[in-house]
Design a binder for this molecule. Sequence first.
Ligand code: SF4
Ligand code: FES
Length: 260
Amino acid sequence: MAMVMEANPQLTLRIRRANPAETDTVSMVSYRVPIEPGMTVLNALLYVKEHLDHTVAIRYSCRMACCGSCGMKINGVPKLACYTQVQECGGDAITVEPLDNYPLVRDLVTDFDGFFQKHKGVSPFLIRKNTSEQETSYSEYIQRADELDRFLQFSYCIKCGLCNAACPTLATDPLFTGPQALAQAYRYIADSRDEGLITRVNAVDKKHGVWRCHFAGACSFVCPKGVDPALGIQLLRRLVITRKQAQAAPMMPARGTSPR
Ligand code: SF4
Ligand code: FES
């Protein structure tokens, strides 16, 4: 009896192509890709580059959801291409586009310079008054487990920028500090080893800072690492208000007395 060979199932990968440095033309180009078991969207894109069209521009590195460089919109939602299986996308067609809220470099590659500038703007490192302790190999900062719990989830951020891509406030206000940097401001302020409260409060307590968030929550919805930036922003607001109240307290009249 003759054996019937079943052809590999295929998917259609629709890639948004654009090269703003050379032309204003934007197009959606479709490629047919054979589906392999366990194939990710990044695998599918690499198949296109290897076999069909090497000019497609993508960015990736670790292929294991650690480096944060392969973010893109997959069927309209910001995701990591290396962390998204083609079979979880539903149907036999997948559309990939560059992340929103970032300048476009080419095809699926966006410019993250502004993103990292905002991250840098909240001083994302431990600030200590005694800096000499950082120069000695035998110094250690003691921290209890409950103190670690206050910021641990925020330290899982891989700076993939998906949260900023999903943020509706950033879509209308490019100067907004954004969920990633604000959550990191909270991460360091909440760290019992840190002494940089004033520096970071000054960095976020401004017109395009922590008060611009409308609490849409899209940032937390898309985060691939389980970080909840929307929560971080709310906790950060509380810290800013508490600090302002503490600053104002000495100027307020004591209860039962009237100002002269
Ligand atoms: S908070 Fe989540 S989505 Fe935002 S940059 Fe960090 S890991 Fe990515
Ligand atoms: S390639 Fe590193 S997160 Fe996807």
